[in-house]
Write a new protein. Sequence first.
Length: 133
Amino acid sequence: FRPAAGALLALSSGLLLGLCTSETHDWYRLARLNRAGHNDELYFRELMVLVVVWTAYAAPMIWLGLKRGLKPLTVFGVLAAVLAAATVSTQGFTYHPIQDFSVILNLRTLAFVCVIGGLEVTATWIRRTGFLG
């Protein structure tokens, strides 16, 4: 019974991550369809919002997985955190016109701060529980 429960938990965790991702993507896809002209800004905004969504997904999954000893939740939470960190660190440095630049208060900075904060909280939880050994 335990392996089947773990498989169902992993499946539901993956489906929830996919649902969060697809709903965010669909919202921006509709926004791009309703907007004429260049959609580069919307594409970048979608990536940064996805990073925040993945970080918001990762933190409770990791917390619940570590608290209850449910490895599938912890693994999917860590995978979402890694996905968010990889996306913000690779896609966060795309070109934007200088007239749109804001030194501190911009979407890129918000996404970086969100991911760094989420990863710090995650690392603290992992250290406290001894998940990695």
